[in-house]
Design a protein around this ligand. Structure first.
Ligand SMILES: Cc1cc2nc3c(=O)[nH]c(=O)nc-3n(C[C@H](O)[C@H](O)[C@H](O)COP(=O)(O)O)c2cc1C
Length: 153
């Protein structure tokens, strides 16, 4: 099962969680960016306006060569960050059908319903998600999510 873990991360929290997950899944890792070094305010603005410059994935990957993808995104303004939404809107049709979302957040609110709204970009509903708070990202939590993903095979 060839897996790609793709993430956007402004301050490193999502990156660290996704890299840990990739370790347990023996997955390749790629970085999603919008070519902008975002301050908190510019992240807020992007989230509110939804207007973004071109997206970039590095290294360049052939999505079709993967069986499964996990996309890591921070929560911005009560919803998965707009960079991920724009990515899914543009590229969902090229992605493996087995798709998981991993979000990181600061607060205690449950964003499950907001995460499931990403299904509107997908032909097949996402296979699962993990939503985790910054201070609660532990090896055990990530390892459990990796085990759930692998059990879905
Ligand atoms: C513009 C902006 C909006 C945010 N809104 C929320 C929010 O609504 N709820 C929340 O729990 N955390 C919110 N956060 C905190 C991030 O989700 C959290 O710090 C996340 O782990 C950051 O991930 P990163 O380091 O990969 O960028 C927000 C952060 C930013 C920059």
């Amino acid at each position: 099962m060839k897996t790609l873990c793709l993430y956007y991360s402004r301050t490193g929290t999502t990156r660290d969680a996704v890299q840990e997950l990739a370790h347990w899944l023996d997955a390749d890792v790629a970085i999603l960016s919008d070519r902008v070094t975002r301050s908190y305010m510019s992240a807020c603005l992007a989230q509110l306006t939804g207007r973004l410059p071109q997206l970039k994935v590095r290294p360049r990957v052939d999505f079709a060569s993967y069986d499964r993808i996990v996309i890591g995104l921070p929560i911005w303004a009560e919803s998965p960050c707009v960079i991920g939404k724009v990515f899914l809107a543009k590229y969902a049709r090229y992605l493996p059908k087995e798709l998981y979302i991993l979000t990181t957040q600061q607060g205690t609110r449950d964003y499950g319903k907001k995460i499931l709204k990403l299904n509107k970009y997908l032909k097949v509903p996402m296979s699962g998600y993990l939503s985790v708070r910054e201070g609660e990202i532990t090896e055990a939590v990530i390892k459990r999510f990796a085990a759930e993903i692998m059990a879905d095979r």
